[in-house]
Design a protein around this ligand. Structure first.
Ligand code: UD1
Length: 419
């Protein structure tokens, strides 16, 4: 009988993570893995715009979701409740062995809650509850004002398999009393996807679309991404941060693929004068105006290429801190903390908060050529999803290691035992 896994995607940062899981399952089945895996992909619809969702399905060759819940936007509670209601029906109809959730968005915690509160009658009428696997477990910013931190804590507390990306996560989970046998240090599925698509991304035309070539060479440019409520929801804070970006845009083009929530805030707070709409206003010599170039949210391949060739990335995203670590591109993070400290110790990441002075100083330091050496964190090697699927299969139907090792070609995951 097939081993049934339901994976959940909801918001943009989920797509590149689940893409790696889909690929590992496809490869496992292609190689005749036993038991075979029946994979059901559920899209909650938390993100629904073409450029927040559909573009990623195309770029990442994701299969069409088997089920779409269409929850859309709403307050945190509304959105979470809608996902829970829809996902409960899915579980009762599909009766999976494992529910796999990734990251820390509202869809993650909603489906985790449902997975551990829904059961059906199994053999001899005994209740069956699916196992819950959390990919990217254990990350902690220790800032409970972030909705993602609440989502991470709750999801981890409920999970049977906690798949971690870095050692700080193993330590956090141990400190919180999670049984060591539940914690599996497997690496980073988002980096699996980055490594898989890095070469293909070079075919993107985004640099010429944005006129970032000069005399057949790539100009120096910076990228900005900003969407966290703490940075954009308050108009005064947002305006202050933008002032420091203007300083940067005096030195080089600053490209800003803006998230829908950020665009809304630019309109509502009447901050439009700081920006030019790149595509609306058409090509212009970059240095004729000191303003930030707004572009729509980009697809995966375009953004990966744009990020790979950038002089510097300014961001408040979690995932971009990790991607720049592997790409070796300097990353200035507009947050006071990070749940991903390995990007500070091994990568290019520097935290500056919303402090304009620090943003500008850090930019100046990068312009002077100051760069720390980058060391890829352990297991960020393109094989994290394979390790995850191997562990799930082994646990579901224990089999000889030899059988599995013929399929798995990466280094094994590290079991986390008490120190
Ligand atoms: C969510 C995640 C965040 C992640 C981010 C990446 C949570 C709590 N937050 O934040 O961790 O970093 O996604 O993008 O789950 N909107 C659209 N079209 C869309 C999606 C959103 O217009 O396709 C607008 C809506 O006005 C919505 C707002 O953006 O109200 C915010 O969207 P939401 O999904 O609630 O949270 P994000 O800020 O995107």
């Amino acid at each position: 009988m097939a081993f049934k896994i339901i994976s959940v995607v909801g918001a943009r940062p989920n797509f590149m993570k689940v893409a790696a899981i889909c690929e590992a399952i496809k490869e496992y089945n292609r190689q005749g893995g036993s038991p075979s895996i029946e994979h059901v992909l559920v899209h909650t619809g938390q993100h629904y715009d073409a450029n927040m969702s559909d573009l990623f399905f195309n770029d990442l060759e994701l299969p069409k979701p088997n089920l779409f819940l269409g929850v859309g936007s709403g307050s945190h509670s509304t959105q979470t409740a809608r996902v829970m209601e829809g996902f409960e029906k899915v579980l009762l109809a599909e009766k999976p062995d494992v529910v796999l959730v990734v990251g820390d968005v509202n869809s993650t915690v909603a489906c985790a809650l449902v997975a551990k509160k829904t059961y059906w009658a199994g053999a001899a009428g005994r209740p069956v509850i699916p196992k819950l696997a959390h990919v990217e477990a254990g990350l902690r910013s220790f800032d409970r004002s972030m909705p993602e931190e609440i989502n991470r804590i709750v999801t981890d507390a409920l999970s049977d398999y906690l798949f971690t990306t870095e050692d700080s996560a193993n330590q956090n989970l141990r400190r919180e009393g999670v049984a060591p046998e539940k914690i599996h240090f497997v690496g980073n599925v988002m980096i699996d996807t980055l490594l898989r698509y890095r070469a293909k991304a070079q075919e993107s035309t985004i640099l010429s679309d944005l006129q970032l070539h000069e005399n057949a060479r790539i100009k120096s440019y910076a990228i900005l991404t900003l969407h966290r409520p703490a940075n954009v929801d308050d108009a005064a804070t947002f305006a202050k941060i933008i002032e420091s970006f203007l300083d940067i845009s005096r030195h080089m083009p600053l490209i800003f693929p803006a998230h829908p929530r950020t665009l809304k805030q630019i309109q509502e707070a009447d901050l439009g004068d700081y920006f030019v709409d790149h595509f609306m206003e058409g090509p212009e010599p970059w240095d004729s105006r000191v303003r930030i170039r707004l572009v729509p949210p980009l697809g995966y391949l375009d953004f990966l290429h744009l990020m790979s060739c950038a002089k510097v990335v300014l961001t408040d995203s979690g995932g971009i801190q990790e991607e720049t670590t592997i790409l070796g591109v300097p990353c200035i993070t507009l947050r006071e903390n990070t749940e991903r400290p390995v990007t500070l110790t091994h990568g290019t990441n520097v935290l500056v908060g919303a402090d304009s002075g620090k943003i500008v100083d850090e930019f100046a330091r990068i312009m002077r050529g100051a760069r720390a050496p980058v060391t890829p964190p352990q297991f960020w090697d393109g094989h994290a999803a394979t390790r995850i699927i191997q562990l799930l299969v082994e646990d579901h139907a224990p089999m000889e290691r030899a059988e599995l090792s013929s399929w798995q070609d990466g280094e094994s995951a590290a079991s986390v035992r008490p120190a």
